[in-house]
Write a protein that binds this ligand. Structure first.
Ligand code: KG4
Ligand code: ZN
Length: 334
């Protein structure tokens, strides 16, 4: 079974071919993030216009890298939400057109749930279910219990900003480039002192007996620190403090959830899962549960996990019924 995945939810235009839900035959990503770096964030209209320019070359590149004729593709999987409506529509309309042209079924894909499937890629040793999954992306932070494919129960999430958003917004306050996550991580890596002493910023709700997070206060605390800067803290230390504050609350609450739900595996996913410190902390602190995290380039947006989701949740929908769903939640039906 060879599935063509198409992903255009935000500023990446991506297409990939995945065989049998695991083997990546091609995985092409064109990003307009450099364009957005100039404005310090995404302007949706510009992102959508760039999607229109990139989609056909990216799909062609994915097929040619996989050395496949369209006739050899079994199914098309396409992101229908959540995301920016203009960007999403480009992928959806392309998928519908190709489906008609090539006479192939389409599987609508939930981008957030699909992030988790990066853990099924390029491995013979599939994660065991039930699994607990933490999806940390630019706009979402969700903890879900996955009993079987297609059955996700929401356990907790952010009450305000997402973890990725906290990285992006605080990076901006530090004068670092967009996207902020990799920029903060790079700056923090220059801070060589003891990480266990990084306690400058608050860890909201860390003691509460739930699985929710709140990141908006971090932004305020960082802004206050920068404007006073009475302690003359270096940018490297501030970046390390920000990263540690975000990582700390993500790890502590997830460990509590692992303790309560006792899943067979814990799956980290989403763009923030590319963060080295977050991966390292989970690696060190998770015991007696199989911890999985995809390689960093499979964590950030790409179409390989979209194709993988379509493999394990293979419910094709007639193309006229496929519609954009910008507000889709992680447990929602795509
Ligand atoms: O999943 P993703 O690629 O796109 C969305 O679906 O949102 O996540 C993007 C988010 C951005 O907020 C970006 O700053 C963050 O992931 N990110 C990171 C790292 N790489 C990407 N955050 C922390 N450390 C990183 N290395
Ligand atoms: Zn994403």
């Amino acid at each position: 079974m060879k599935i063509l995945g198409i992903e255009t939810s935000c500023d990446e235009t991506a297409a990939a071919v995945v065989e049998n839900g695991t083997k990546i035959l091609s995985n092409m990503v064109a990003s307009s993030s450099e364009m957005h770096a100039k404005t310090g964030g995404i302007i949706p209209e510009q992102a959508a216009r760039q999607q229109v320019l990139s989609i056909i070359p990216v799909v062609e590149a994915a097929l040619s890298k996989a050395k496949l004729e369209p006739s050899k593709i079994n199914t098309i999987g396409v992101t229908v939400g959540p995301g920016l409506v203009g960007s999403l529509l480009v992928g959806i309309e392309t998928a519908k057109t190709l489906s008609l042209l090539w006479k192939k079924p389409i599987v609508p894909v939930n981008h957030l749930a699909a992030h988790i499937y990066a853990n099924w890629l390029e491995t013979e040793n599939k994660p065991k279910l039930p699994a607990l999954a933490l999806v940390v992306s630019g706009g979402h932070t969700d903890l879900v219990l996955m009993k079987e494919h297609g059955k996700l129960n929401w356990i907790g999430g952010t009450r305000d900003d997402a973890a990725g958003e906290a990285f992006d917004k605080t990076a901006r306050l530090l004068g670092l480039s967009y996207p902020g996550g990799p920029a903060i991580a790079a700056k923090a890596a220059e801070y060589k002192n003891n990480k266990s002493k990084l306690k400058m910023f608050p860890r909201p709700m860390i003691k509460r007996d739930n699985f929710d997070w709140s990141f908006s206060g971090l932004k305020t605390a960082v802004a206050r620190q920068i404007s006073s800067n009475e302690k003359r803290v270096s940018k490297e230390k501030l970046a390390a403090e920000i990263q540690e504050a975000i990582v700390d609350v993500l790890v502590k609450k997830s460990l509590r959830a692992i303790n309560k739900f006792k899943p067979k595996s814990f799956l980290l996913a989403g763009g923030v899962a590319a963060n080295k410190r977050l991966r390292e902390r989970f690696q060190l602190e998770i015991r007696n549960t199989d911890f999985r995290v995809p390689s960093p380039k499979l964590c950030t947006d790409n179409a390989a996990y979209i194709a993988c989701f379509a493999h394990y949740n293979h419910s094709p929908v007639p193309w006229p019924k496929i519609t954009v769903n910008p507000q889709l939640t992680i447990t929602g039906q795509a």
